[in-house]
Ligand binder design. Structure first.
Ligand code: KIV
Ligand code: ZN
Length: 386
């Protein structure tokens, strides 16, 4: 299996979620949990953004021992200097510099011609290389960059000796086929491409961030960038837990694996949600409250007979206790009886169970979620009556 490096940017792109602001202590707490999860590379922040962020990146750099820590810099000397400062004391530092390459960004944001972009990239990669042995270069908005120009930019970065070239779909615009094709093209056309790692960084504007990251893997990407719970700028980034579980569950298909300690996923997700104040939607893949919950009678009956009928991942894999059978109007007698046993009512007669089940169905028609307390109440009522 090919190893896929996991680059977590919860503390940088994730912190760019509107309304999120992590202080130093919170960043360190999350970074230490990411380390336990087995993340290979942690992007701790954007040190030029503020003195507070520089200090937070430094605290993370000093605290983390088993992952490489990086800071983000625009292609400007003062940004790079700030990362140098912030990563003092890091066990395994690396810098992440970026420069936009797409026509839209060149024209409206940078006001640069192609040759000026190439010159700026060259100057800044050389400057970064003076300070760091590990340099990641990102061609911002690679997804909307002309393929031949992207080949030129990537070839330049390879010649200058960067360790990683990142090709972001900055605005979440591409389909998996198109994004995969970027990686395929770089592999085919950039001389010396085998000397660098290629990295995917996707945004979720069209809900395709995970699919695009997986397409990149299928076309040779070595590193996936993303965040826990998929938080991030606008609609967010690739959710790393989704990529990790896709590779774990469908490893044979992708022929690739991460080195993550998957049992730490649920805990990491809860911590990030708590400290960022961003609740995880119930239907979120892998870590949502409903990801291992079954409501309909047919599904509940199946799961009670054999879990794999409706579960492709065991909750224990990500460090969760067990799947849940949620009682609602679609639930059947089998799950209801199991719930009664759970609640301590084991010796009920068939007649008592049937009577209580009838009452439960009436209640479920009126109430969306039927709680344990509701069931206890109707049982007491029913058992007394029968
Ligand atoms: O989305 C993006 O392009 C980024 C870069 C800074 C890598 O976040
Ligand atoms: Zn991004």
């Amino acid at each position: 299996m090919r190893k896929i490096y996991m680059f977590d940017t919860t503390l940088r792109d994730g912190e760019q979620s509107p309304g999120v602001n992590l202080n130093t202590q919170e960043k360190v707490e999350i970074a230490l949990q990411l380390e336990k999860l087995g993340i290979d590379r942690i992007e701790a922040g954007f040190p030029i953004a503020s003195p507070g962020d520089l200090a937070a990146v430094n605290a993370v750099a000093r605290a983390v021992k088993n992952a490489s820590v990086t800071g983000l810099a625009r292609s400007r000397e003062k940004d790079i200097d700030a990362v140098v400062e912030a990563l003092k004391g890091a066990q395994d530092p690396r810098i992440h510099i970026f420069l936009a390459t797409s026509p839209i960004h060149r024209k409206h944001k940078l006001r640069m011609e192609k040759h000026e972009v190439l010159e700026a990239a060259e100057a800044m990669i050389k400057y970064a290389k003076k300070h760091f042995s590990q340099v990641e270069f990102s061609a911002e908005d690679a997804g909307r960059t002309e393929l031949d120009f992207l080949v030129e930019v990537t070839a330049l970065a390879v010649r200058l000796g960067v360790s990683v070239v990142n090709l972001p779909d900055t605005v979440g615009y591409l389909s998996p086929y198109e994004y995969g094709n970027i990686f395929k093209t770089m592999k085919e056309q950039v001389p010396g491409i085998e000397k660098v790692q290629l990295s995917a960084h996707c945004h979720d504007d069209l809900g395709l961030a995970t699919a695009n990251a997986l397409a990149a893997i299928q076309n040779g990407a070595d590193q996936i960038e993303g965040t826990i719970n998929g938080i991030g700028e606008r609609a967010g980034n690739t959710a790393l837990e989704e990529v990790a579980l896709a590779l774990y569950t469908r490893g044979e298909f992708f022929q690739a694996a991460t080195g993550l300690n998957l049992q730490e996923i649920a805990k990491t997700s809860r911590l990030v949600s708590k400290l960022t104040g961003m609740p995880v939607p119930g239907n979120k893949a892998i870590v949502g409250a409903n990801a291992f919950a079954h409501e309909s009678g047919i599904h509940q009956d199946g799961v009670l007979k054999e879990k794999t009928t409706y579960e492709i991942i065991s909750p224990a894999t990500i460090g969760m206790k067990d799947s849940k059978l949620v009682l609602g109007k679609h639930s059947g007698r089998h799950a209801f009886r199991e719930k009664l046993v759970d609640l301590g009512f084991e010796g009920l007669s068939e007649e008592q169970v049937n009577a209580a089940f009838g009452k439960f169905k009436d209640l479920a028609d009126r109430k969306k979620d039927v709680s344990n307390e509701d069931i206890l109440a109707l049982l007491e009522e029913k058992i007394i009556e029968t």
